[in-house]
Design a protein around this ligand. Structure first.
Ligand code: NAD
Length: 382
């Protein structure tokens, strides 16, 4: 009898169904074939988002939360969040609820992918984004509300700060403790994975006591690793440096070869993830993971792309590569490598969904499901 590997999954909203349908058999095949049929994935479906609301009247049912707590690992598709009102982001809520403080987003160029860069093969970044603090805490008050007025008058009274009365207000907390643990996580990740440079990406020239402090506290942590980290490029050690965020966006495009691990506060990491994904073909190929001390949720970087929902055109690569990250995390690196190799050879052979195909002359796009089938075939052959 094969032994079961239990994995919780949430299909997600919008294109979530398309990418799940195209991907889950690939992951099953990778586990089956990597271990000669001795291991098998047993999926547990959990509900969240619109599907959960329709089914149980709750966007995030208790059973979903309990199952993730118990099983400790899950993979999810994207969940829709209304803009400018309505409920707060479930994605952000899940990260805060389980204290998944490290968001890990590898951005690596794969042969055959389209890119606006002349030498895209230099793009091999790992974005490590603090995942629980910053403006993502969602502490904000709408313009004209009693709370907003009270905050404004408190600021005026206590600090003499005058802010226009017709302002909405948001609070940006960045703590010493939160920064220290993500900096430690990034350094230990870099040591374990033999990465060469860690760059803190901040806007500390403007936001001195939040982003500036993020930079300062990160350096303090780095100083605690004298055997592994240097600040001057000592041979054999990880170079620890920093860049102001706006400059970093330019550097990523002009000098990608100089960057490696990008350690970011929450919002910078969010912006930078999509921008870096654009260098290697787009959001369709950018995987991700939200990792805490004992729970991890894997998910593509992209959102629910409602325009393409149910059309069987979207690119499932980012979900597949997130699945590979999950397999590696739970101690099945051989299966993870099979998925990665199969995705790479499928793309290299010019089999691509519309998002990539439209950037390369002469490539006819395949459907989301057809791409999944090709990858599964490659997994079985490898
Ligand atoms: P999005 O990532 O859903 O889509 C932006 C564009 O990127 C799409 O129109 C499409 O052109 C392209 N794209 C995205 N995924 C793709 C894929 N797999 N293959 C090919 N092309 C792809 O971003 P959005 O439109 O800004 O957001 C839509 C919704 O998703 C919002 O409600 C947002 O809050 C939510 N969202 C969720 C997550 C998450 O679940 N973690 C992340 C980002 C956005």
């Amino acid at each position: 009898m094969p032994s079961n590997v239990t994995i919780c999954y949430i299909r997600g909203d919008g294109v979530g169904e398309d990418i799940w349908s195209a991907s889950h058999e690939v992951l099953e095949e990778a586990v089956r074939s990597a271990y000669g049929g001795e291991k098998r994935i047993e999926w547990i479906e959990l509900l969240a988002g619109q599907k959960a609301l329709d089914h149980s009247g709750s966007l995030l049912p208790d059973e979903t939360v309990e199952a993730i707590r118990e099983k400790k690992v899950a993979i999810k598709g994207p969940l829709t969040t209304p803009v400018g009102g309505g409920f707060r982001s479930l994605n952000v809520h899940l990260r805060q609820l389980f204290d998944l403080y490290a968001c890990l987003r590898p951005v690596r160029y794969l042969e055959g992918l389209p890119s606006p860069l002349k030498r895209p093969e230099h793009v091999d970044f790992v974005i490590v984004r603090e995942n629980t603090e910053d403006l993502y805490r969602g502490i904000e008050w709408e313009e004209g509300t009693d709370e907003a007025r009270e905050v404004l008058s408190l600021l005026k009274e206590r600090t003499g700060t005058s802010i226009s009365a017709d302002s909405g207000i948001g609070v940006k907390p960045i703590s010493r403790g939160g920064t220290r643990r993500i900096a430690k996580w990034a350094i230990e990740y870099a040591i374990k994975n033999k990465r060469k440079v860690i760059t803190v990406v901040h806007k500390g020239n403007i936001m001195k006591y939040t982003e500036g402090a993020f930079r300062k506290w990160s350096y303090e942590v780095a100083e605690e690793y004298p055997d592994a980290v240097s600040f001057d490029g000592t041979e054999g050690k990880i170079l620890f440096n920093d860049r102001i965020a706006d400059n970093m966006f330019m550097q990523a495009i002009l000098r990608p070869e100089e960057y490696d691990v990008l350690l970011c506060p929450n919002l910078n990491g969010d912006y930078l993830s999509d921008a870096c994904a654009a260098l290697i073909g787009g959001l369709g190929v950018a995987p991700g993971a939200n990792i805490g001390d004992d729970i991890a949720i894997f998910e593509p970087t992209h959102g629910s792309a409602p325009k393409y929902a149910g059309k069987d055109v979207i690119n499932p690569t980012s979900f597949l590569l997130s699945g590979a990250m999950l397999l590696s995390y739970i101690g099945l690196p051989e299966a993870a490598a099979k998925v990665e190799r199969a995705v790479e050879s499928t793309l290299r052979s010019g089999i691509m969904t519309y998002d990539l195909a439209r950037q390369i002359q002469g490539i006819t796009p395949v459907a989301c499901s057809a791409f999944g089938k090709e990858v599964k075939k490659m997994v079985a052959q490898s």
